[in-house]
Write a protein of this length. Structure first.
Length: 163
C-alpha cells in the first residue's frame, strides 16, 4: 500500500500546480474553418488557461505557439482540433485536463516507492503528513484504496471486540 499512497500524493501535488506551457520552436500551422478560426480568436483567453496559445495567421489558418508542457510530445494539431470541437459543442473543453491527468498518473506511478524498499521512519511520517494535507482521499489510478474511514463500532466489529 505504500506505493499507492506515494503515487496518490505525487499525483495530487502535480495536479495542484498550474499548467506549464512549452513554446513551440517552430509554430505549427493548422488549417481550420473560418468559424473555428473566429472561435480560437474569441476564446484566446480560455485556450491560454488550457495551456494552448494560438495566433490567427489567415482567414482559415492558425499557428500553435504554445502547448501544455506535458503534452508537447503529442500531436498538437489533433489536440487543438479536439479542443476547438469541444468549445463549439459545449463552450468548454476537458480534453487537455483529461490527457494531463492520465500522464500525471503514469508519472506519479513510475516515480513512487516500489515493493521491497524499506522506508525510514522519517519517510513514513512524511508520507502520512502528506496524506493528511491532501483532499484526494479516493482510490489512485490503479483503483487501490489508500485508507478507509470507519466508525468505532465498525472497528470494534472488525476485531470482534466485546464478543
Amino acid at each position: 500500500r505504500t506505493h499507492h499512497l506515494d503515487e496518490k500524493m505525487k499525483g495530487a501535488r502535480a495536479r495542484s500546480q498550474s499548467i506549464q506551457t512549452q513554446r513551440m520552436l517552430v509554430p505549427v500551422a493548422v488549417e481550420v474553418s473560418e468559424r473555428e478560426a473566429d472561435l480560437a480568436e474569441s476564446c484566446a483567453a480560455t485556450l491560454a488557461e488550457l495551456g494552448v496559445v494560438v495566433d490567427r495567421s489567415g482567414p482559415c489558418s492558425l499557428l500553435i505557439r504554445e502547448v501544455p508542457a506535458l503534452l508537447a510530445g503529442g500531436n498538437q494539431e489533433a489536440l487543438l482540433r479536439d479542443v476547438l470541437s469541444d468549445l463549439v459543442e459545449h463552450g468548454s473543453s476537458a480534453r487537455v485536463k483529461a490527457a494531463q491527468d492520465e500522464l500525471l498518473a503514469t508519472i506519479a506511478c513510475h516515480g513512487s516507492v516500489r515493493a521491497n524498499r524499506q522506508l525510514s521512519l522519517a519517510e513514513m511520517n512524511a508520507m502520512l503528513r502528506d496524506m493528511e494535507r491532501t483532499d484526494e482521499r479516493g482510490p489512485v489510478q490503479s483503483r487501490s484504496t489508500t485508507y478507509l474511514v470507519q466508525s468505532l463500532a465498525e472497528f470494534d466489529r472488525l476485531f470482534l471486540r466485546g464478543r
